[in-house]
Design a protein around this ligand. Structure first.
Ligand SMILES: [Zn+2]
Length: 256
């Protein structure tokens, strides 16, 4: 497959990178990414995935746009207040690049509908705001054999990692956090606060991590770095990396 002349122009700064190149750009154009959460992480991640020419995007979010979101959720404006985030985000994609196939899903993802919503994706990028959804997403990704870019955010801290728990020897998100967080009583930004620009750092870091997975086998950038958790500290600031090993007792991925 080759790219049309106007697409070559659009992605010229990518194609000229030897580490990405035309083959990497074609891989991006053929990819289907499912984005979980169109909020603080999802907004900048979506902007850079769309900017990168990812060919198909499914946007899942059950919330509506609230005034307090605008401090960090960069795709929304005052005109979007009260609208479903997934629909408003899909409209943003449509205005940005009409060549992208985009689908909005205004539903909450849980263990009952995860497999159906994620099937067919080349990658899932999870930037949601609660552990119950994260674990449901991770378990479904392991089950379906889909790579997961997981990103989380709070106050001045962020975490980003690529997981491939369906592969032998590779950990999943559940290996990292364990089974204690399945209940829906966990953290949101409302209680603890979050610096708006931290969402940008974490979301763009996650978009870069997603690109690494999508161009695997096609470009030098395509090293997914499975199971390496990057800890972003915006207060100090500092970046640290730790390795999440596969838990032989993990109830999601230990069979892989
Ligand atoms: Zn696991």
């Amino acid at each position: 497959m080759s790219l049309a002349p106007e697409r070559l122009d659009r992605f010229a700064r990518h194609i000229v990178l030897p580490e990405l190149g035309g083959a990497g750009q074609v891989a991006l154009s053929q990819a289907h990414v499912v984005l979980i959460g169109c909020g603080g992480i999802g907004s900048p991640a979506l902007q850079y995935l769309a900017g990168a020419g990812v060919g198909q995007l499914t946007l899942i979010d059950s919330d509506d746009v609230d005034l307090s979101n605008l401090q960090r959720q960069t795709i929304f404006t005052e005109g979007d207040l009260g609208r479903a985030k997934a629909a408003a985000a899909a409209d943003w994609v449509g205005r940005f690049d009409g060549a992208i196939t985009v689908r909005a899903v205004s539903a909450r993802l849980g263990s009952a509908n995860a497999a159906q919503l994620l099937a067919g994706a080349n990658l899932v990028l999870d930037g949601c705001d609660n552990f119950a959804t994260r674990l449901a997403v991770s378990d479904a990704c392991v089950q379906l054999g889909i790579p997961l870019t997981s990103a989380a955010l709070g106050r001045f801290q962020g975490q980003v990692a690529n997981f491939a728990g369906h592969l032998e020897g590779q950990s999943c998100y559940r290996c990292f956090v364990g089974d204690a967080f399945d209940a829906e009583d966990c953290d949101t930004c409302a209680a603890d606060g979050v610096l708006g620009a931290m969402a940008g750092w974490v979301g763009t870091f996650a978009a870069m991590h997603a690109v690494r997975v999508l161009v695997q086998g096609q470009a030098a950038l395509g090293d997914p770095q499975w199971g390496k958790l990057h800890l972003l500290d915006g207060f100090t600031p500092e970046l640290r990396t730790m390795r999440i090993v596969k838990d032989p007792e993990c109830r999601a991925c230990s069979a892989a």
